[in-house]
Design a protein around this ligand. Sequence first.
Ligand code: ATP
Ligand code: MG
Length: 575
Amino acid sequence: MKTPNSKDTNSDEPARSTNFIKYIIEEDLKAGKNDGKVRTRFPPEPNGYLHIGHAKSICLNFGLAAEYNGLCNLRYDDTDPSKESIEYVASIKEDVRWLGFDWQDREYYASNYFEQLFEYAVQLIKAGDAYVDSLSAEEIRQYRGTLTRPGKNSPYRERSIGENLDLFERMRAGEYEEGEHVLRAKIDMASPNMLMRDPTLYRIKKVPHYRTGGMWIVYPMYDFTHCLSDSIEGITHSICTLEFEINRELYDWVLDQLGVYHPQQIEFARLNLSHTVLSKRKLIRLVEEGHVKSWDDPRMPTISGLRRRGYTPKSVRNFCDRIGVAKADSMVDMALLEYCIREDLNKITPRVMGVLRPLKVIIDNYPENEVEELDAINNPEDASMGTRKVPFSRELYIEQDDFMEDPPRKFFRLAPGREVRLRYAYFITCVDVVKDPKTGKIIELHCTYDPETRGGDAPDGRKVKGTLHWVSAAHAASAEVRLYEHFFVKENPNEVEEGKDFTDYINPNSLEILSNCMLEPSLSEAIPGSRYQFERLGYFCVDLKDSKNGSLVFNRTVTLRDTWAKILKAQQQKK
Ligand code: ATP
Ligand code: MG
C-alpha cells in the first residue's frame, strides 16, 4: 500500500518499514496461519469520548483489515458499569464513522458475552484453576507481595471445587455484598509478574449496567474479558498499546487453560502528542471541572473536538499514517498534526478575505456610493474552483496590525505616506490618521487610491512591498471568530512537578474570542462545518454548534505558519 508519506520519505522501502505489525501479518499469511484470514477489532471502553490516540488505533485496526482483505470489528469493552453510558457508545460510533471506517454489522459488546464468560469461569473453577477468595480488598493487596518480595497464598485458596462453585453461584445470585468475595485465578503467588499472582477474574458490583440493567451482580474483569472476547470473535491479531505487554502472560494463560481459540496479542506504542493530554481520565477532568466547555470543545484532542475545530477525516488519517507504528514510546509534536490539516485544507478550501481586528479606511478620492465588483481567485492551487466577485467601495476595513504610525524598518505594510496594494483591488496611499482625542487610539485612516492600478498592478511598473486583505465596510458580514493556542503551555503536561497538577499547565490564552470581525459578503450564508482559508490569517471553519444564520461563528483550525518544516530542518541539521 502506498502511504501518504511514501512520497517524501523512504519511497523505495515497503510501507511495513513504518509499521512492524504489517511484517508480522505478512509472515503469518505466508505461513498459512489462521487459514490466511486477518480479523482485527477496535475495542473501546464506552467511558469517555475518543481522542486522537484512539484514532491511531482505529486507523491501524481498520487499516490492516482493509489492506489484508480481512475484517475489523467494533467492540465495546463494557465491563465496568459504574463509568459507562449509552452517550459514549453513540459518540464512539459517530467518530469511527466520521474517520471513514465501517464495521458493517459487526458491532459487538463484551456485555453480550456475560453469560458465556460466566460459564468459562465455572469451567476454570471445575478445573481447579480458579477459586473464590474471601479476603478483603486490603488483605488481598497485602498478600500480593511486592516486586522484590513474593506474595503469599490466601487461606481460602484451597477451597474445594464444590465450595467454589456454590459460592460463585451465590455471588451471582446477589447473596453477598460488594467486596465480600471475589473470584481469582489460581496461578502463582510468587510469579515475577505481579499480574499473575492470582489475579481477580470476577467481582461483585451492585451497579446497574447501561445495557444489561440489573441482570448481573458479578462483572468480569478486563483481563478475563478481553482475551475471551477476542477468542469468541475469532480475532487473529489482537493489537493493543504497550502498557498491556505485561498483561499478555495472563491473556495467554486464560486462553490456554480453557483450551479455546487463541488470538495473538501484539503491542505497539501509544500516541503521545505534545502540548496535550491523551488519557480519558484526564480529559474527563477537563470537562467536569469546566476547564473546557465540552468534550467537543475545539481545544480538546478528542475526535469530536478536532472535527469541530475544522479537521478533516483525511487529515487525521494521514497523520496516523505518517506517525507510523513502533514498539517504542515517543512524543509526536503537535506541529505534525497541524501540518497534515494544512496540507489537506490548502488543496480543498476556497480563499476568502476576512478582517479579524478591523480598522476603518476611507478612500478620499473614491466616489461616494460607487461599488465595483472585483474578480478574486478562489484557489490558486486549483483553477477549477474558479473566481468570485468581491465588492469594493469607498469605506473599507483592514487589519489593525497592518498599519503602523511609526513603523520599524522591516514593516512593509501600511504607514503614513506609504503605498501598498489591496489584494485584487488598487494601490492605496495613507494620507491621514484620525485618532480619538481622549485616548489617542487610532479610529480611522484616510487614504487615496490610484485608479490606474485596478486589479493590483501599476501600468508604470512601480512596485509596492505589501499586499493587504480588506473588506468593504458597507458589504461586510460580521462574525465572531475564535482563535486557539495550545491548550497546555508545557510540551508534556503529563510530567508534573511536585505539588502541582497537570491542570496547572493550562494555557490561560488557549481561547481568544474576537466578536467584531468583518468578512467578505460571500461568507454571510456560510454553513456550519464549511472550511475556508482567510487570506494571510489561516484556515477557518464555521462552528458546528454555535453558528447561526445572521450570527456567524468561526473557529481558526490552524494558522498558515508551518512550524513542522522548521522542526524537520532542525532535526536534519542535528543528524
Ligand atoms: P485512555 O488511556 O485514554 O484512558 P484507554 O486505553 O483506557 O484510553 P480504551 O477505550 O480502552 O481507552 O481504548 C480503546 C483502544 O484504543 C485500546 O486498544 C487502546 O489501546 C487504544 N488506545 C488508547 N489510547 C491510545 C493512544 N494514545 N494511542 C494509541 N492507541 C490508543
Ligand atoms: Mg483501556
